[in-house]
Design a protein around this ligand. Structure first.
Ligand code: NAD
Length: 280
């Protein structure tokens, strides 16, 4: 007789590939997957010429015995993985998404700052592959997105909405993908067209704020992992919905949850709301 415990033990581990495995997120992913019982890191990439090429995938986190060398060939990584995680650069999103489509391997994309053309390549690849795409993989932020949308729907345009975000000094895109997603959530709650009400920058003689606009403000500095606040300010009162990340592991845990969730799913483009069961 096969007991439940035994059949669980026998389930093959999820084979996970980590693109950009020596980056800040790449390291958090290798650490998080390494600690999971049901998943294993089968390889990682870094760009051609990186000093990490040829070293063990565990080397960037001080564990050089995972047994797979870092290389520069993403195709080989897709071919030996059940799911590939991408927290690298928008410059390679189309290449990586194309490989997900060509190989049919599941793909979890966390890179932010992607262009419309890059998003299009992700969409095209999702016809052949299960893709989970989210600007922020944390449970808390995904809850915040739902709360922002609900608050915006409940309040009228007497409440001016702004999104403030604060990130470490190395971040190369602004506003953060999460801030923009929060702005979209507010616009959706108010049934507005986001592009026509978004105020990206305020500088100089801006004139008074227009009713219904959604403003963005950005701070950069130090090692701040990621902070987001949505303000709803009316005459005499203000609501602030905030999330503060103090550790990158929250994103890595969300990415691993997304990787597990892809098993057995039909090709398509999904978000964290699907993974977390928060979709409407
Ligand atoms: P990082 O610069 O520390 O790491 C990026 C890594 O990707 C580097 O090691 C770099 O060498 C590598 N890389 C670049 N081009 C590559 C290529 N062609 N092949 C293989 N590797 C390549 O940056 P980070 O802080 O880890 O962030 C990476 C991305 O993830 C950013 O877009 C960031 O905004 C995003 N991010 C998303 C979430 C989320 O929850 N979705 C959370 C944190 C960061």
């Amino acid at each position: 007789m096969v007991t439940k415990a035994k059949s669980k033990e026998a389930a093959p581990k999820l084979r996970v590939g980590v693109l950009g495995c020596a980056g800040r997120m790449g390291r958090a992913l290798v650490r998080t997957i390494g600690a999971a019982e049901d998943a294993t890191v089968v390889g990682g990439t870094e760009p051609e010429g990186s000093p990490w090429i040829g070293q063990d995938v565990g080397a960037p986190i001080g564990l050089p015995d995972i047994g797979s060398a870092i290389d520069a060939d993403p195709r080989a990584l897709f071919e030996r993985s059940d799911v590939v995680l991408d927290f690298t650069s928008p410059a390679v999103t189309a290449l990586h998404a194309g490989l997900a489509g060509a190989t049919g391997v599941a793909y979890v994309l966390g890179t932010t700052g992607t262009s419309a053309a890059e998003e299009q390549s992700v969409w095209a690849a999702s016809k052949q592959s299960v893709i989970v795409r989210a600007a922020n993989m944390s449970l808390g932020v995904n809850l915040l997105l739902g709360l922002a949308r609900k608050a915006a729907a409940a309040l009228d345009l007497d409440f001016d909405a702004d999104v403030l975000e604060y990130h470490h000094k190395h971040k190369i895109d602004a506003p953060s993908g999460t801030a923009i997603a929060l702005g979209h959530a507010v616009a959706a709650g108010r049934r507005q067209d986001h592009e026509s009400v978004a105020t990206w920058v305020r500088h100089g003689q801006t004139g008074a704020r227009k009713r219904g606009d959604i403003g963005y403000a950005v701070l950069r500095g130090g090692d701040v992992v990621g902070e987001h606040t949505v303000f709803f300010a009316a005459d005499g009162e203000r609501i602030e919905l905030s999330h503060r990340a103090t550790n990158r592991d929250i994103f890595a845990r969300g990415a691993l949850a997304a990787a597990r969730w892809t098993r057995g799913k039909k090709p398509g483009l999904y978000g964290m709301a699907d993974v977390l069961g928060l979709a409407d």
